[in-house]
Design a protein around this ligand. Structure first.
Ligand SMILES: [Ca+2]
Length: 501
């Protein structure tokens, strides 16, 4: 009778199950293999709001990977969830809202979820100083932490619940999206499903050529042309650009869904009279030098023969500039990250005196791609991942000015070419362009998804064989001080051509 009662309690997630798991949490650390962990502690955390009670495991996975893992005390859904980490990582911040790189939502849904710092510790994920002369840390960050955290997480979940997880997911955005690509390419049998958001697949180009370009075109931090004061001109600039580009996707709705189809005529953006520069400049015009930076940011870096290296910030991303680039450099994450790549990651005896200021757009992209290939996730052979039955949902904000979407599109095109064409690739790997969406969904953003749930979509695909033909999203568009919400259906890439184009 007691056995029967216990079985019923386990199935319904009722109080006795919670008690059993609370006890298991207290004894968990002592039951884990000391060879895997540098340090480990576990304690129960009471439920709060819509967050269920969970067993919180914290510590360090050898050699140096700080982590936090959360195991629901009751109602575990049998799934393991590993989060990527954003920027240069180095922080434990499991409560990042949404799914981007946190684990709060996964815990709420009943997953056993792990979040890490990827092997080094810093106060901010914008800080790359840990990489200075530390190739081991760079290798951990680039890829080695992924299977180590996976093995530790699976061990913890299996020890705690007494059974191995049925499904294993990896979810990340930005660098966490790159982590997802790396997992599919280098560690193809670990995960059943991977969600990849806004990934810098070509990390060396994003960090070096694109980063140096952004800094140099805007005076590299010395009294920037586009600085905090430029934010007041953004509504004018956005309105001017929408006037030229919004309707080209077939709908005048404030979202530029196909930014590459717009050839901007900068002469149509009102130029301030010559004597109207500086802080006294009106908000409804751009000075000639402001217009020059805007144009260069849209166009992106070029070599001395005028060939584009990676593409520029998409038209429609300007509202996001206020988050990533316009604050003072000490608060502008995009500026700090661009600076950190050249200053700390490329600080190598082979690159004496290397900086954004002397970046050579002809020579440096090639040699950096070679010497820092470990950071890139450009391998188009996903046959081992496909053979293991894995599924990928990848998405990129078409208004992302930090990790521009062009390299993601280019990567997906190359995968289709390598792996037998669109129909074959779509059986296991789908890519969604997210119109109007900025970088991941860190607010404030011109367009935040109230309703965009790739986790449900990947679960349906992996567990029920239902491939995502569309993903419903409800981006909020900032209009003046208010927000309007529109329903959009993201369709798999490539979008059908518009009638008349
Ligand atoms: Ca539109």
């Amino acid at each position: 009778m007691l056995v029967l009662f216990a079985a019923v309690a386990m199935a319904t997630g009722s109080a006795p199950e919670t008690a059993v798991h609370a006890n298991a949490c207290q004894s968990l650390a002592g039951r884990l293999d000391a060879a895997t962990f540098e340090s480990i502690e576990a304690k129960t955390v009471e439920s709060k709001g819509d967050m269920p009670a969970y067993c919180r495991v914290k510590g360090t996975i050898k050699p140096s990977i700080g982590f936090e893992m959360r195991l629901p005390l009751s109602g575990w859904n049998g799934k393991f969830y590993q989060a990527g980490c954003g920027g240069y990582c180095g922080i434990i911040n499991p409560d990042v809202p949404g799914f981007a790189n946190g684990i709060a939502e996964a815990t709420r849904r009943g997953c056993a979820a792990i979040h890490t710092d990827s092997g080094h510790q810093r106060a901010s994920a914008n800080d790359a100083s840990w990489a200075l002369g530390n190739r081991e840390a760079l290798e951990l960050y680039a890829h080695r932490w992924i299977p180590l955290a996976y093995a530790a997480g699976i061990t913890i979940a299996t020890t705690y619940y007494g059974q191995a997880p049925r499904y294993r997911y990896l979810v990340g955005c930005s660098n966490g999206g790159r982590v997802g690509l790396v997992a599919a390419q280098r560690y193809p049998t670990l995960f059943n499903g991977i969600i990849i958001g806004c990934p810098p697949a070509d990390f060396t180009q994003v960090g070096s050529a694109f980063g140096a370009w952004k800094l140099r075109t805007n005076r590299d931090g010395q009294a920037p042309i586009l600085g905090p004061d430029f934010a007041r001109k953004l509504p004018f600039l956005i309105e001017s650009l929408n006037g030229q580009c919004d309707g080209l996707d077939g709908k005048v709705d404030g979202l530029i869904a196909r930014p590459s189809s717009c050839k901007i005529d900068y002469a149509r953006i009102r130029t301030c009279p010559a004597n109207e520069g500086g802080t006294s400049s009106p908000a409804d015009c751009l000075t000639a030098e402001e217009k020059q930076v805007v144009r260069q940011w849209h166009e992106g870096p070029k070599d001395s023969r005028g060939r584009k290296l990676i593409g520029g910030m998409p038209v429609g991303s300007e509202d996001e500039w206020r988050v990533w680039y316009l604050p003072e450099p000490s608060n502008a994450a995009g500026t700090q990250m661009a600076d950190g790549f050249t200053r700390y990651i490329v600080a190598d005896p082979k690159y004496p005196g290397f900086s954004a200021k002397n970046f050579d757009f002809d020579r440096d992209p090639q040699r950096l791609a070679r010497d820092f290939a470990l950071l890139n996730a450009k391998d188009t052979d996903l046959s081992a991942f496909r053979a293991a039955g894995g599924k990928i949902i990848m998405w990129h904000g078409m208004a992302d000015p930090l990790v521009v979407p062009w390299q993601t599109i280019s990567y997906y095109e190359r995968v289709m070419k390598r792996m037998g064409g669109r129909a074959k690739v779509q059986k296991f790997f789908r890519f969604f362009e997210a119109p109007g969406l900025g970088h991941c969904w860190i607010l404030p953003s011109s367009s935040a998804p109230e309703e965009f749930d790739p986790l449900v979509a990947i679960e349906d695909w992996v567990e029920h064989g239902k491939a995502p033909d569309q993903i419903l999203a409800s981006p909020s568009k900032r209009q003046g001080s208010g927000l309007t919400v529109t329903k959009i259906r993201y369709q798999p890439y490539p979008l059908p051509p518009l009638v008349g184009q």
